[in-house]
Design a protein around this ligand. Structure first.
Ligand code: SAH
Length: 265
């Protein structure tokens, strides 16, 4: 099963070669190398979602949604349905399954964490997603947020900078049965110009500033949710909306603590 996953390497070198010859347009930098670990199967129809076998944790998921998400005022039906379906404990294998459903972030190895369920739900809800959307995620981590998105939209492209996490997330999402997620290993600061534009962009690591390449890769009318702060570990969760004329409106949604966005920028 490994061979098809490395197809992307070829495309990647082609892109690097091209960028030497032609200066990239503003916000369309292509110097970042991206390795394809899992590739979404394109489909005109709605993607088929995994048929999860019943497990022992449906009650824990229900309680998580009721007590930590609905109780805080989120009521987007598509987001709640996704949070009830995706087996969160499978994305945090280092912790006991019950703990995975608590109102707290969970460790996923390499010093990284999956966000608290409420923050995952809040960020997803504020993207205002439609079933036909294509979404870019920066910071795949365990793949949990990508799975939540994949339950709601047509296609998800997700970028992870730590190779071992990227490989694990790709294997996990494939094993769970997601066919509409592309997992790329690379520096998400530069997004994925080859697959742009996106209807929505979600960044799940704390940035010092909003990466211009990600703004450029958002379609007019699109939305981005991103934690931004000058201090390590403290950020404002920002919602950016790109108007039809390209103008950006920004709103602060909450104060949050995310692991830092790293990389070469
Ligand atoms: N969304 C993830 C959790 C994200 S934790 C989940 O659902 O599990 C933040 C992740 O962002 C970490 O895995 C970290 O390695 C990754 N990251 C940090 N800087 C990055 C960058 N420049 N490009 C891509 N990923 C990055």
């Amino acid at each position: 099963m490994l061979t098809p996953r490395f197809r992307g390497l070829v495309g990647c070198w082609a892109m690097v070669g091209l960028s030497l010859a032609i200066p990239p347009a503003l916000g369309q930098e292509t110097e970042a190398e991206r390795r394809v670990l899992l590739e979404a199967t394109p489909s005109e129809a709605a993607p088929s979602r995994p048929a999860f076998a019943p497990d022992a944790w449906a009650g824990a998921r229900e309680a998580m949604v009721r007590d930590h998400i609905v109780a805080r005022g989120l009521d987007d039906p598509a987001v709640l349905a996704a949070m009830r379906r995706v087996p969160r404990h499978r994305f945090a294998p280092e912790v006991a399954p019950r703990r995975a459903y608590r109102d707290e972030p969970q460790p996923i190895g390499h010093g990284q964490t999956i966000s608290q369920p409420y923050i995952v739900a809040l960020m997803t809800a504020r993207l205002g997603l439609e079933p036909d959307d294509r979404v870019l995620e920066v910071g795949t981590g365990s793949g949990y947020q990508a799975a939540i998105l994949a339950e709601i939209v047509r296609e998800v492209v997700t970028l992870e900078i730590i190779p071992a996490l990227a490989v694990q997330a790709a294997e996990r999402l494939e094993a769970l049965g997601y066919t509409n997620v592309t997992v790329l290993e690379g520096d998400g600061y530069y997004g994925d110009p080859a697959r742009a534009p996106f209807d929505a962009v979600i960044v799940t690591a704390g940035a010092r500033h909003v990466p211009p390449p990600l703004v450029a890769q958002l379609r007019p009318g699109g939305r981005m949710v991103i934690p931004v702060g000058q201090m390590l570990w403290v950020q404002n969760l920002l919602l950016l909306e790109k108007a039809a004329d390209g103008e950006i409106r920004t709103r602060n949604l909450a104060s949050v603590r995310f692991v830092p966005l790293t990389g070469g920028h």
